[in-house]
Design a protein around this ligand. Sequence first.
Ligand code: SAH
Length: 220
Amino acid sequence: MADLRLEGIGMTSARTRDRLVQRLRDQGITNAAVLERIRNVPRHIFVDEALGSRAYEDTALPIGFGQTISQPYIVARMTEALLEAGPADNVLEVGTGCGYQTAVLAPLVQRVSTIERIEPLLTRARERLKELGIRNVRFRHGDGALGWKTQGPFDGILVAAAPLAVPETLLKQLKVGGRLIVPIGPEGDQQLVRFTRREQRIEREALASVAFVPLLGGTS
Ligand code: SAH
């Protein structure tokens, strides 16, 4: 039974997932390993059963507590943007949410440290990743804007919620050559940006217009 749940049937079947992968390819995602993860991660187990039939639509869906599971295209784009500049051994993720992005990312890197400010979401994410046999992830309940100094410095930092300005604290936790992928700006006017830390400066590239939930302070 457990295997059938992960494999999916009907609207969560392999064919439905293939269609999603094709759609992401058509939209310009080229990294084969990333596309393979999108195909293999059972997104339907990360959402409410009632929403399972919509799990392979390329759209954000509610996961409770006013939060959403990220849109597959965005997860793919952020992961690709992190990896195209080279391998990433040590990665920090801010905004674990339901853990979907974490599940796509974790097998593509050495280890992931992930922070979520809403404790019940973190607990559920931990359970799902365990169910998928993903073991290279450390979880923390806290304010991700502060980073996670003792796990750093990082080759990559992915932020799944939008601050109004780049969090300097996160830039400081990057290695030289490390990349911070973060949506920046107020609701309705956000840019996905990649910052790369060089010896003497920080490089900034705008990647796309996006719509994320806001990065909030504190925990809940
Ligand atoms: N990648 C996640 C997306 C979750 S939405 C997924 O695939 O499900 C963004 C998440 O960021 C929310 O769960 C929200 O609670 C969390 N968040 C917002 N501000 C945060 C902060 N300062 N620190 C940690 N998590 C934060």
